[in-house]
Design a protein around this ligand. Structure first.
Ligand code: SAH
Ligand code: SF4
Length: 409
């Protein structure tokens, strides 16, 4: 078994060092409506109280029991003896010149996790974290340099959304109670490696008495935990994104060690079997690394790999992380790669980089190692090519084929 085998074991997703320091009381924000009902029944309360409490927790994003003024003082005191309430403290806020905001949240046990807000005219998206760090160890990713500290609880996952909603309203960027329209699980961590908590968090976030997000507006990205892709497809209605990032096993082995366990063919088989409800497609993320996986040959192989899969390709020009030894692709290489996909009728967009000035772009989220201070031993095997200029892809100058350039993650 390799190093990642236990950390990524589907059955061990909530085990090992995976949970925060224990307060034995259950966390109110991590209880489904039914369990809240049971707790309230034990306290001698009438059934309708459960929905009332649930709405405070998940619709209004209450930060404390004190806010719940229509629940009697005695009930709130009784609840506090039987349960706790997770809130995330805002540790920092960084605003990019392009409107992106990155927040670091402090958990009750002092860990820092990040969420990124991506405002656009037609939608407001939050990029959500699911773990403190990540065990997958992709060679190009800054989060990987942290290793895995622990899984986030379901409450901590949904809390990022509540705290962001409230802050967006406070900043006058949207109206409450839920200015966010879209969620992407593309922050720190491998969501499917924290499957149990991810699934509960999705249930809470999609619930009618909660934030009521549409499953069409929620996307979970995975590096390719094959056995969990089928389970995820069967048990949740939300959209799937797969970080493919390479077109041969040799290449993907070097970039994403998970490929040694679940190679490309197995990953794509899982994608073919994924339930494609209502014309749904899988998004394939493809990080373009200058001189590594950005050639026309790669583009042609990608077309071949995706044949027969309802797919959309999200091309992500690499956001450079000092010290990891990879470079952004040349803008012409991005354009040529994109054109080669479109020429073969593959739907593709080039993901516009957002928040790069505040290290909030894809793969730039990390705390404990910190940018430029990787703590994971070893780097990429191949020498880095010279860095091309970091010119963002401009829809206007790139012709009609790039009209789909978007910042969605
Ligand atoms: N762990 C999950 C989700 C978070 S990473 C996953 O890997 O899918 C979100 C996306 O960012 C992934 O597609 C990943 O390949 C990409 N990414 C990581 N580092 C990046 C970087 N420095 N520049 C651009 N994209 C990056
Ligand atoms: Fe983890 Fe995703 Fe980064 Fe890979 S790209 S190390 S899976 S966060």
């Amino acid at each position: 078994m390799d190093d990642t085998s236990t950390l990524l074991d589907p059955e061990a997703d909530a085990g090992h060092a995976a949970e925060p320091a224990r307060d034995e009381r259950p966390d109110l924000r991590g209880l489904p409506l039914e369990l809240l009902g049971r707790l309230l029944a034990e306290l001698g309360e009438r059934p309708f109280r459960a929905r009332q409490l649930y709405r405070w927790l998940h619709q209004k994003g209450a930060a404390s029991l004190d806010e719940m003024t229509d629940l009697g003082r005695d009930l709130r005191a009784a609840l506090a003896t039987r349960a706790r309430l997770t809130t995330l403290e805002r540790a920092s806020e960084q605003r990019s010149e392009d409107g992106t905001i990155k927040w670091a949240w402090r958990t009750a046990d002092g860990k820092l996790v990040e969420s990124v807000y991506l405002p656009e005219p037609e939608r407001k998206t939050l990029c959500v974290s699911t773990q403190v760090g990540c065990a997958v160890g992709c060679a190009f990713c800054l989060t990987a340099t942290m290793g895995l500290s622990r899984n986030l609880t379901a409450a901590e996952i949904v809390e990022q959304v509540h705290r962001a909603n409230r802050r967006i309203v406070e900043l006058g960027e949207g109206t409450g109670p839920r200015p966010l329209t879209n969620l992407v699980f593309m922050g720190m961590g491998e969501p499917l490696a924290n499957y149990k908590n991810l699934k509960l968090a999705l249930e809470l976030l999609l619930s009618e008495d909660g934030p009521n997000f549409s499953h069409r507006h929620v996307t979970v990205s995975t590096s390719g935990l094959v056995p969990l892709i089928a389970k995820f497809g069967a048990e949740t209605p939300v959209k799937l994104a797969v970080s493919l990032n390479a077109t041969t096993d040799a290449q993907r082995d070097a970039l994403m060690p998970i490929n040694k366990r679940y190679p490309i063919a197995a990953l794509l088989d899982a994608c073919r079997a994924f339930p494609m409800r209502n014309g749904r497609r899988i998004t394939f993320e493809y990080v373009l690394l200058g001189g590594v996986n950005d050639t026309l040959e790669d583009a042609r192989r990608l077309v071949g790999l995706l044949r027969g899969i309802p797919a959309k390709v999200n091309l992500i020009p690499y956001n450079e992380n000092p010290g990891l030894g990879f470079a952004a692709p040349a803008p012409e290489a991005v354009q040529a790669f994109f054109d080669a996909l479109v020429a073969k009728n593959v739907t593709a967009v080039v993901r516009k980089s957002r928040g790069r000035d505040i290290s909030a772009a894809c793969g730039q989220l990390a705390r404990e190692g910190g940018p430029g201070r990787p703590i994971r031993a070893g780097g990429p095997k191949r020498p880095a090519p010279p860095a091309p200029p970091l010119a963002p892809v401009q829809p206007s100058s790139a012709g009609p084929t790039l009209a789909g350039t978007r910042s969605d993650r």
